[in-house]
Design a protein around this ligand. Sequence first.
Ligand code: 3HC
Length: 697
Amino acid sequence: MPDGVVGEVVTTEVVGDVALVCIDNPPVNASGHAVRVGLVGAIEALNAEAGVKAIAIWCAGRTFMAGADIREFGKPSKEPVLPEVYNILEASEIPVVAVMHGTALGGGFELGLAAHARVAIAGSKVGLPEVLIGLLPGAGGTQRLPRLAGVDFALDMSLSGRQVSVEEAQAAGAIDRVVEGNPRDVALSMAQEVVAGTLPTRRTSEISIEIDHTALDGIRAATQKKSPHLVNPLKCIDAIAAADQPIAEGLKVERQCFLDCMETPQRAGLIHAFFGERAVSNIPEAKGETRDIQSVGVIGGGTMGSGIATACLLAGLPVTLVEVAQEGLDRGVATITKNLEGAVSRGKMSEAKKEAALASLSPALELDALADVDLVIEAVFEDMGVKREIFGKLDAICKPDAVLASNTSYLDVNEIAESTSRPGDVLGLHFFSPAHVMRLLEIVQGKQTAPDVLATGFALAKRLRKVGVLAQVCDGFIGNRILAHYALCSGYLVLDGASPAQVDAALEGFGFAMGPHKVGDLAGLDIGWMTRKRKAATRDPAERYAGQIPDRICENGWFGRKTGKGYYLYEGGAPVPNPEVATIIDEVRAEQGITPKSFTDDEIVERYMTAMISEAARVVEDGTAKRPLDVDMVFLFGYGFPRFRGGPLHYADTLGAAELVARIERYAEEDPHYWQVPDILHRMAADGTSFADLNKG
Ligand code: 3HC
């Protein structure tokens, strides 16, 4: 077999006394079944070939193998599995050199570790990102990386999942040589160097190391503290701890740890998040013609406007910031400057780039300054009258084809669009605070939004490195509409007997970084208060009001962290429950004749999550969100939903529609107005379908 095709995606090429093995499996050369079969076939065939003295493996396309094919996970595994393939590779009598380019990740980097020498093209990266998808390096990485580069480096790479420059990896001993060139040419010259003896080779498994197990215990404790809900980081440490055993034993431990992780719902949740993040923009609305955005105008220098302006500046877009008064404008510029300085101190941008970004910020006091910008984002307070007036003026000022966006978080984008003579140019771009940090961007489609304007919204999200999710117009769009519903449930839990701190602790136990009362204190309780007042006139009289307690807290001027007092007291050190809130709660319960009952933490989580899921189901049912996964991504990237649970509707599938219907019907015996089974859940329970089925379309 001098030159040949091994299976569908692996080819061999013999050049003199060396052989090149090429993997060509677009888009990222993931090591799916065909690659595994092809690699084994190639190694075995070349070992049987007289005259071949060295083998170099390289990949075609934009990157070396980016790891195992994640789409195969959760399905029955097909032989040969990746660790076996790499054992065969390492056992090859003919020395094998791996030539990595692009991003050699997970099983890709592990191929390199199993080879007899590792070469990387300058500027490429290597990484072990399995930890981010609920797994651990399961193709020898936990055994071979410590042998090559030491336990500390292996722990760092495999617990952080970070991509490491090949220069750093070389310094640590994980890569033998970093060279310039294209992968195929480098593969040829490196194989020839192996034959010439100028590129030394060895079997990684023959290196033996010692491990300080006491130190590992410390790392276990720190890891558990950092990620209290996750199973896989600890399993990863267990596997690395076995790297001082003979490799066959260590690989057995690694395999078991890997399979244990594979079985967890966390792995499924994290992989759903991985694909969901990519699928949200994989829709016709996000594709096609876009308008060219080279400059942005932001109206409003408050927290939101300044955050949006910062996000645009960070992406290299010049911004004109408009405020009505000099004082507000100065405050906006000061906030943006502070945000950018924060980016510099976090290593996100250089001092020179910060200066360039500030130089491209043009503060202005008149909307006329927006005459030439390509995109305007209005971020003033939530008042339809004010917004209509601004959009009416923009209509007269802005150049034709400028995209006119509102950052409204609740209001009717169609009504805003109607205040212009060009409703096709108008859409909602709903950012989340702090807008230069939070990755979610709801892209709200008005009735008349032009297709290229909508696609421009998605292009902007990509440019700002945000996750753009399509939403239709309704009060609160996807996220805030669902939030309004489950926030009521949280209010009822406190009204009926739970304490705010208990609700928070229960939900933090479920995986939220902060419970809803802590979030309220952080965001400012006055925001919800204003919303309740705004909606008071239109409130459904049949709905139990859950706002008395937070209303009364706000009437005292306690708005949370910014006033030092809210549900909690902020007096330096850890926040403690505010005892005066407990008194308010007692008073309100007494006034309403409520005898408090006790809830277990599980009951709290159950009710809260069921409330969230039922409104999320309605949002999918009425088309506000295109698919369940869109709701999931809104919650993962905008609402601190625990990523390992995949999102509310992925989590709902783990419960099943029948269980959710049963829960809602049980709660409805107490409050039939609030607890109503969405039709979609009835249908899903009857026909046994899941939200995952709806994602498939
Ligand atoms: N398996 C299957 N599909 C993959 C994949 C993988 N490992 N990695 C990426 N893809 C797909 C993406 O879903 C996307 O598909 P789409 O076009 O249909 O949406 C396509 O490849 C391109 O990916 P991106 O859009 O993410 O492209 P980027 O250029 O932005 O990023 C990347 C490329 C850095 C490779 C990024 O995709 C990535 O980080 N991939 C995941 C890498 C990973 O987690 N590897 C470990 C896998 S687990 C493993 O190896 C286990 C082993 O230890 C046994």
